[in-house]
Design a protein. Sequence first.
Length: 276
Amino acid sequence: MMNKEIKQRLASNWFKLLQSIICKDIEKIEKNKIRFKSTTWQRNKTKDEGGGEFRILKNGKIFEKVGVNFSEVHGKFSNEIKKKIPGANINPNFWASGISIVMHMKNPHIPAIHFNTRFIYTTHGWFGGGMDVTPCLKDNNEKKYLHKELKTMCDRHDKTYYKNYKEWCDKYFFIPHRKEMRGIGGIFFDYKKQNWEKDFNFVRDLGVSFQMIFNSIIDKKYKKKWTVKDKELQYIKRGRYAEFNLLYDRGTKFGLQTGGNVEGILMSLPPLAKWN
């Protein structure tokens, strides 16, 4: 039976590897004419509590802004936070690692795409994460494609996953003050701790599927012509995206409350947005 240190190392190594794979893939889509800028950071300047690396690419032909963030941190939760985190009430020590990716596209026909997976350990460990898609221009075929691929991936592991994780995603990415969904959904899960090896296989498969899905969506749409009106609609939709991330997103709150890198956490925000 694997101890927690081995589980932590395997999960963290996968997230770090996936960061490199996705960044190389994005640079290839941009025909290697533009590169990611990398910034490393430490959670604590005076003692070792881990850190991470966020990579950002801006003003490409396809990607207006994309951030790929890796972190591995450890320490103690504050009294306020430990009440909200499973297992932390017993012992406030924690370890967490994950990868978070947000893509904001130049062409309004290509949707914004978000992905993240993480492994957190308190007195016990669990996986969380998911992926979702936020178009500004309606495309029912794209929605069907996304959910067909996610269902196929989920069904490889457990026939109950897709229905449960889709519903969880729809509830999670609802914007209460707007009374609307952020996008067309996807899947979302948290506190996943049934069987570590099975759960880890699922998390890795989601990472590979995410890469295949975003490549396919971009390939179908990057040559589509767009208008000034289309771009204006994209800016308005990005405003909704920013509202959700700043007001409701648990990952944003968790990162800021646990001493994460502010620039890395807020890399999910779009480069330009509008409110009417």
